[in-house]
Design a protein around this ligand. Sequence first.
Ligand SMILES: Nc1nc2c(ncn2[C@@H]2O[C@H](COP(=O)(O)OP(=O)(O)OP(=O)(O)O)[C@@H](O)[C@H]2O)c(=O)[nH]1
Ligand SMILES: [Zn+2]
Length: 328
Amino acid sequence: MEECYRVTQVHRDRYMVKNGTEELYCVLTGSLRYREEYPVVGDYVEITVNPYGDSLIRSILPRRTAFYRPDRGGHADGFAKNLQVQPLVANIDYVFIITSLNHDFSLNRIARYASMAAAGGAVPVAVLTKADQCPDVEEMEKKTAELSSQLRAAAVSAYTGFGLERLQEYFTPGTTIALLGSSGAGKSTLINTLAGREIMRTGGIREDDSKGRHTTTHREMIEINGVFFIDTPGLRELGMIAAEEGISGTFSDIADLISQCAFSDCTHGNEPGCAVRRALEDGSLTSERWKMYLRLERENRWNKITKNEMMMNMAMNRRKMKEQRKGR
Ligand SMILES: Nc1nc2c(ncn2[C@@H]2O[C@H](COP(=O)(O)OP(=O)(O)OP(=O)(O)O)[C@@H](O)[C@H]2O)c(=O)[nH]1
Ligand SMILES: [Zn+2]
């Protein structure tokens, strides 16, 4: 009997799938393994139910949207290509970028996550938590929304209930929401508040740096009143690396300008016919936005270099260890 299920958990080589209230463990068919097609949380899969043991995932249905692992350029070419197209979660409608309105707040990080979300086809929503700890909530929300026309922003407080009603529009049954945010941002508290009960364990926060401890218990996709929330370790481990494609999505205005520069390798310095400089001069591009674009681009490049260096260091260490073993 073949039926359509949704992947709720991914383990080393077993998958938890769910259909309504029925939950099953599955393994992959040989042909999926052969083609290296692996399901991710949120995927819809066709399975053959085995009442006596693990059921069998026969195929993965086409993904409507996905959130992709950020660009890992800098690795060997073939490897990098694989990583670039590797989805972390699938079939999500919204990505909630959860950032607390205390000193951990970073417009840069929100812009980066928003780029990645949009690149995979989902709508990014910046959920600014702990509004009760911030004196100028409206200002922060405005600044956030101004990052990109694709981005929405809502400041909330799970403690006072402030702003929570603004999230209601996302909670129509059948909607899937991926949660992104650093540890301590308030993901679990928000989910528990919405659910009206403790679904995820919340943790205290270290006073010194406002970074939380990793306290969320390992549940990858949970359903609250027909809405699916995805919170996977994969999403949690996301570094601050943004896909270049995503950056040019959020900064599509700047990408347009750059394409209009007279020289294709324009550095936007003193070249004649530089569309970026023209826009900066006539005020259609603010220097603030341009600087933010440059910073993101620089960090992206920096990440690549350090990744590359890291690989080289690892190779060197392996060689050293081998030599030491031989020496002994
Ligand atoms: N002032 C204030 N504190 C909050 C709010 N929401 C959560 N917190 C506190 O922030 C800390 C971290 O919250 P969590 O919900 O555990 O954060 P998390 O993002 O799930 O963290 P991890 O599970 O580590 O990823 C806890 O001490 C919460 O009590 C809020 O709206 N206002
Ligand atoms: Zn230029």
